[in-house]
Design a protein around this ligand. Structure first.
Ligand code: GLN
Length: 198
């Protein structure tokens, strides 16, 4: 039996690493750059990178409304770092007007872009993650944090009192980058969400 077809938004950022990680946990990953490719996947992973650049490309490729519609329609999704920013309902410090990161509203939350960046650009540490027996070694790179979550949002992990991993229904987001550590538990969790196992 083949795994679910999971798209990786392939405009910019950590695309290859996520394709490899998804394949390693039994999914059938496909890069998504166009509407037809998005239409053909069961779920979508939005990688880390630069949310303003990705937003610019999403606008250019006329993918903003289609993506919003798929998410509103219940498509499972996972966003890491820049991807978490794009999945927010509201973004604080979204970037310069005309170039700002676009909230695609996959999760009822407010995300602050570059939140940790003001204190320290990048850092890593072990984070307790709800549902996982052992902590996750989390790598943060100019990472966002979550400032507000709506009532239907589950906080899965926190750093310094700020949510850094959240889930609402079939949509998952982390401030950190699981694709760089070789720990596949977050990708496995996402595949389990897509297949309805959790
Ligand atoms: N600061 C970046 C942004 O605004 C996110 C960084 C990352 O994805 N590693 O999109």
């Amino acid at each position: 039996m083949s795994g679910p077809r999971i798209g990786v938004l392939a405009l910019q950022g950590d695309v290859r690493e996520h394709l490899a990680a998804l394949a390693a946990v039994g999914a059938e990953p496909v890069p998504v750059r166009r509407r037809a490719e998005l239409d053909a996947v069961d779920a979508l992973l939005l990688p880390g990178g630069e949310s303003t650049t990705m937003s610019h490309l999403l606008r250019e490729l006329e993918l903003v409304d289609v993506l919003r519609a798929r998410l509103a329609d219940g498509m499972p999704a996972y966003g890491s770092c820049a991807g978490m920013i794009l999945l927010a309902g509201e973004i604080v410090d979204a970037g310069a007007e005309g170039r700002a990161a676009i909230p695609l509203a996959g999760i009822d939350m407010t995300v602050r872009r570059n939140a940790f960046g003001r204190q320290v650009d990048s850092f890593e540490g072990d984070v307790t993650f709800a549902g996982l027996a052992e902590p996750v070694h989390a790598v943060f790179i100019r990472a966002p944090w979550v400032e507000r979550v709506g009532p239907g949002v589950q906080v899965l992990a926190e750093v310094a009192g700020h949510p850094v991993a959240v889930r609402q229904g079939g949509v998952l987001a982390t401030s950190f980058h699981p694709e760089v550590t070789g720990d596949r538990r977050i990708h496995r969790l996402f595949v389990d969400i897509v297949t309805g196992r959790t």
